[in-house]
Design a protein around this ligand. Sequence first.
Ligand code: IMP
Ligand code: MG
Length: 175
Amino acid sequence: MAEHIRVLLSEEEVDARIQAIGEQISRDYEGKQVHLICVLKGGSFFMCELAKRISVPVSLDFMSVASYGSDTKSSGVVRIVKDLDESLKDKDVIVVEDIVDSGRTLSYLLETLWGRGPKTLRLCTLLDKPERRVVDVNVDYTGFQIPDEFVVGYGLDYAQKYRNLPYIGVVELEQ
Ligand code: IMP
Ligand code: MG
């Protein structure tokens, strides 16, 4: 079955929204330094673009998590596959994610990160599918709220493909 990608959010729309979030974060953290945590691999494209648009000093770190359970349903128990290199102690931390879906992964991750003593901890996501939420997660910065459709691009994949698309698209299977 061939796949077709329908554009949901164009490159221009995504870029403009990231610019606005970058400006908002720069205002909110004036006089401070922000420590961005990228959740690999999906958050990588968004974090790079966002970091370039933040005008206060920025430091970066990366982590990779996998959820226990089947591929289609995350159990909410997260295994850290690659941990952070640096301590979070007393830092103003923002976790940068590609998408919040059920919220299971992030609620577990945020709880774990709070235990490491950051001064503040906020969550920034490019996309949010509120209809899919199972666990309550407080999102501080949202790029776009989208309907319950499977999306790719800007770091998001379908079977590891399409992460490099410079826009957000919906995967459609052609008969
Ligand atoms: P959850 O919030 O614990 O359900 O998990 C969110 C994770 O599921 C995200 O970080 C993505 O890796 C993945 N995910 C959820 N929805 C999509 C989608 O529409 N496209 C690609 N990956 C998705
Ligand atoms: Mg992710």
